[in-house]
Design a protein around this ligand. Structure first.
Ligand code: ATP
Length: 511
């Protein structure tokens, strides 16, 4: 990645009302961000895209909204008190703290970048005759890089699974990984660090109860499994979906909204008969990837990454990775969670959490396949992929945020050419005609050219310009953000034309 591109993304997000550093006037709070007037619209549209795809389009999936505070035993049962740790390591010279696994993954990321470079060079050399698959499996240098990556990740996965932190440290030393900031190799031992935030419920110290801010929304679904199954008369297989905040005391919180301490997740737990979970896991892997691809950010920007190291509750796990400006990283996790969570809650609560299967004529604890995507990571993926610097035919430059139209915060801006002669009044009438269908805005400040550029930068798919002719012929100029094409359109046709581009149903139909 070029640092400059990432810097541009962050400053563009701020300048156009998408994302602000939290508590900025007090010098900010690290890894906590606020969404501005446009950011919240984008985020709400993404939520809607997810919710409709998961809940509305699936007869057998329903949604809930559970509280952030939960009984503390929840986290004992789920394993988070004992096992929700990240391995951390400090550099003795720089006094900086890092996640040991991230240092090792970044090392592999560098090898991957080297492979990409070799592939790029070879593609140029061989032209049309280039066969990428053959090249990466036969070129000696590439094969060696790939072997090194595979060996490294495998060893790290094994060591972490066995909690062999000394070996993780040994691996960092063997790979000669240095502090990314200073180049120092003077590392401490690797230690485990629990990621949950603690807080207290109640007024007095002796009656208060220690709580955690939930580190994932999933447990709220498990605790409501029986409520939903019974009151909704749900038949297995069925799913429960939820969108909500989660909190993690991340050790290294860099990369803007990629890794935050307070973030939002969109999770769905799918309950299935034991023994069928791996088939459902394969199905959900595919369904979720298709959901991402329908956004049109480029199929080549997604890939699966199957886990070497499985979490304590899983018997299969994969990430859907996206090519962020800093490389391929996890966007969504899909996990086959077995019956671990429900069984644990059954044991810890003493309440029977089972399903009576009429067809099989038996009771069992359902198995679970989870899909869990970070809403903020989606915002970052979509925002960074959409931000483009273009050189136009006349040599001038423009910055355009080519968001998928269904997700754009503002669908159309209505712009009177001048602030007089009855044009603002006509523009306002058009605003009133459109506002019941779409989020639209009125803008009269600055020259029309400047207003177009500003709307391009915000990502508004349409500009509607009202000029003097409009007063006579009842038509306006409709300008398309991406092609910059301009068309004369009768005012009464506007709703239909805009709807065709921005209505979410067309996006949903692509999945
Ligand atoms: P990572 O390995 O990047 O820490 P994870 O594997 O711990 O992520 P999960 O527990 O699987 O993540 O959470 C599901 C999803 O929640 C992730 O795919 C990601 O999109 C999102 N997510 C997790 N942690 C954060 C965070 N600190 N900030 C923003 N999003 C997050």
């Amino acid at each position: 990645m070029s640092e400059d591109i990432f810097k541009q993304i962050i400053s563009h997000a701020k300048e156009y009302g998408y994302i602000f550093q939290s508590s900025e006037i007090y010098d900010g709070l690290s890894a906590v961000y606020d969404y501005g007037q446009n950011g919240v619209e984008l985020k709400n549209n993404i939520k809607q895209y997810w919710w409709k795809a998961m809940v509305q389009l699936n007869e057998n999936i329903v949604g809930i909204d559970s509280a952030i505070f939960m009984h503390p035993t929840t986290w004992k049962a789920s394993g988070h008190v004992d096992a929700f740790n990240d391995p951390l390591i400090d550099n003795k010279d720089s006094k900086k703290r890092y996640r040991a696994d991230v240092l090792i993954e970044d090392y592999c990321g560098k090898l991957e970048a080297k492979i990409d470079k070799e592939v790029e060079k070879a593609a140029k050399r061989f032209g049309d005759a280039f066969d990428k698959a053959q090249f990466v499996s036969t070129n000696q240098r590439v094969v060696e890089y790939q072997q090194k990556i595979d060996e490294t990740l495998k060893r790290m996965g094994k060591s972490l699974e066995k909690n062999d932190l000394a070996d993780v440290k040994a691996l960092i030393e063997e790979l000669e990984i240095t502090d990314p900031l200073t180049g120092s190799k003077n590392w401490t031992e690797v230690r485990q660090f629990n990621l949950m935030f603690g807080t207290k419920l109640g007024a007095t110290t002796d009656t208060s109860m220690d709580l955690y801010l939930r580190p994932e929304t999933a447990q709220g679904i498990f605790l409501n499994y029986l409520n939903v199954q019974k009151t909704g008369r749900m038949k297995i297989p069925f799913g429960i979906a939820q969108i909500g905040k989660a909190f993690r005391n991340e050790i290294v919180a860099r990369q803007f909204i990629f890794r935050m301490r307070e973030f939002e997740q969109m999770e769905m737990q799918f309950f299935v008969p034991p023994g069928t979970e791996l088939d459902w896991f394969a199905k959900w892997k595919e369904i979720r990837l298709n959901w991402h691809k329908a956004l049109g950010l480029g199929d080549e920007n997604y890939r699966y990454h199957d886990h070497e190291k499985l979490a304590h509750y899983a018997n299969a796990a994969t990430d859907i990775e996206f090519k962020f400006p800093f490389g391929f990283k996890e966007l969504e996790g899909i996990h086959s969670r077995t019956d671990f969570d429900l069984s644990q809650h059954q044991n810890f609560s003493g309440k029977k959490i089972q399903y009576f299967d009429n067809e099989k004529n038996e009771s069992y604890v359902p198995f679970v396949v989870e899909t869990s995507v970070g809403l903020d990571r989606l915002v970052l993926a979509i925002f960074s992929n959409s931000l483009k610097n273009e050189t136009l035919e006349d040599g001038s430059e423009r910055t355009v945020l080519a968001l998928p139209p269904a997700l754009a915060p503002i669908k159309a801006a209505i712009l009177p050419l001048v602030k007089k002669d009855g044009l603002p009044e006509m523009a306002e009438k058009i605003l009133n005609q459109l506002k019941f269908d779409f989020n639209v805005m009125y803008e009269e400040k600055d020259s029309i050219g400047k207003r177009y550029r500003r709307m391009d930068a915000i990502g508004t798919p349409f500009c509607i310009t009202v000029d003097h002719d409009s007063l006579n012929d009842g038509a306006v100029t409709l300008r398309y953000r991406d092609s910059m094409k301009q068309e004369r359109i009768p005012v009464e046709k506007l709703n239909e034309i805009i709807d065709r581009e921005v209505n979410m149903k067309y996006l949903l139909a692509k999945i």
